[in-house]
Ligand binder design. Structure first.
Ligand code: IDC
Length: 359
């Protein structure tokens, strides 16, 4: 009987110890979840600001953002949803998405179809919910002079900057790529930018990206007469098959003048966005941008049959099962897609980890 009693006491003790132990494990796990925060997130980095040639987070640390640009939302709108952006975040580790809203009416852009603004709102709201940064891109291209639709741009940016004034996620890119022989920084882009930046500044001092001449490569002209406003970065767009060290040297000169560069669009093809992939040349750019802490976004998230698309032609991710598999996208990435994944992950895994939350 004594042995039975001891056995019962022992069994009860073991059960109690087991319960306490399992509670501890759960508590530990919860504590871990609550006290660690993804260093890629907007929750961690907060509002961005420009100091000389650097982009800093709210803690004053230098930051490099890496992500993907949409193709024209007027053409591939169905492909751009919260699920798709979540998948890019999960599988490609992006911390920024760019919403490319073409403006040219000949390309069925915003001037022809102002309902595109609703798509912009949908994707900005999705990015905010996913805790990543988002660029609202006034994507001028065929309409080469930003002044052509300056009034519409002013009204658009007045509305969006009012809507998102208190959101640290949102970055404004006010003219994708001015181009054409008659379009200069001095005569056209500078006066346009001054006007639009003033409009945005009535609501927020968020980061504004300004394009330059020659499809956002003419930094030399900008440095002769930069904008006086705070928190301005200048767009620099490259395509690895067309642009090389000569352009990187220009970036270095520009940054030495204490002006900030933001690569809001780049690609691994030549500048047509199609044809072969220049993977080695692209990785040289990636290494360079990492070394200098220059943020970059890849053109483009689409399934169009062209070299720059990151999805295989025609592929549409299917989320109907409700399961967000961690490698759902892998087998459907194009050559560009595989390269950009490699490029983003190359440095993220080393540098960016989890930090202890301070609040
Ligand atoms: C290209 C697209 C292509 C489309 C063309 C015209 O990839 O499908 O037909 O625009 O709308 C840029 C532009 C970007 C271009 C891209 C590739 O910002 O709109 O996309 N590019 O040519 N600047 C340099 C290259």
């Amino acid at each position: 009987m004594k042995i039975v009693r001891i056995a019962i006491i022992l069994a009860i003790t073991m059960i109690i110890v087991g319960i306490i132990d399992s509670q501890n494990t759960t508590a530990d796990r919860n504590r871990h979840v609550n006290t660690y925060i993804d260093k890629n997130s907007v929750s961690y980095n907060g509002k961005l600001r420009v100091e000389d040639e650097k982009i800093l987070n709210a803690k004053g640390e230098e930051i490099q953002l890496t992500g993907i640009s949409s193709h024209g939302i007027q053409w591939f709108g169905d492909l751009y949803t919260k699920d798709n952006i979540a998948q890019l975040k999960n599988e490609l580790d992006i911390n920024i998405f760019r919403v490319a809203m073409y403006t040219d009416p000949k390309a069925n852009g915003y001037i022809a179809d102002t309902s595109l603004k609703q798509k912009v709102y949908e994707l900005v709201d999705a990015s905010i919910a996913l805790d990543i940064y988002v660029i609202i891109d006034w994507h001028i291209l065929g309409d080469n002079n930003p002044q052509t639709y300056q009034q519409q741009a002013k009204e658009f940016f007045a509305e969006v900057s009012a809507k998102y004034a208190d959101k640290p996620n949102v970055i404004y890119e006010i003219c994708n790529e001015p181009n054409g022989n008659n379009v200069t920084w001095e005569n056209n882009i500078y006066p346009y930018a001054k006007d639009i930046v003033a409009t945005i500044r009535e609501k927020t001092d968020a980061l504004v990206i300004v394009g330059s001449g020659d499809w956002s490569k003419e930094l030399g002209d900008v440095s002769k007469k930069p904008l006086e406003e705070k928190n301005i970065a200048y767009a620099l767009h490259f395509y690895a098959g067309s642009h090389n060290k000569t352009l990187r040297d220009k970036i270095d000169d520009f940054r030495e003048k204490k002006l900030a560069v933001f690569v809001s669009e780049c690609g691994a093809t030549d500048m047509t966005g199609d044809g072969k992939i220049y993977d080695e040349a692209f990785m040289r750019w990636v290494d360079y941008m990492h070394e200098k802490n220059i943020s970059w976004l890849f053109w483009s998230y689409s399934n169009k049959k062209e070299g720059s698309s990151i999805l295989e032609p025609g592929y549409v991710p299917d989320f109907s099962s409700g399961i967000m598999d961690d490698s759902l996208l892998d087998s459907h990435l194009s050559e560009s897609g595989k390269l950009v994944k490699k490029a983003i992950i190359k440095y993220k895994e080393k540098d960016s980890d989890y930090a202890e939350a301070t609040n």
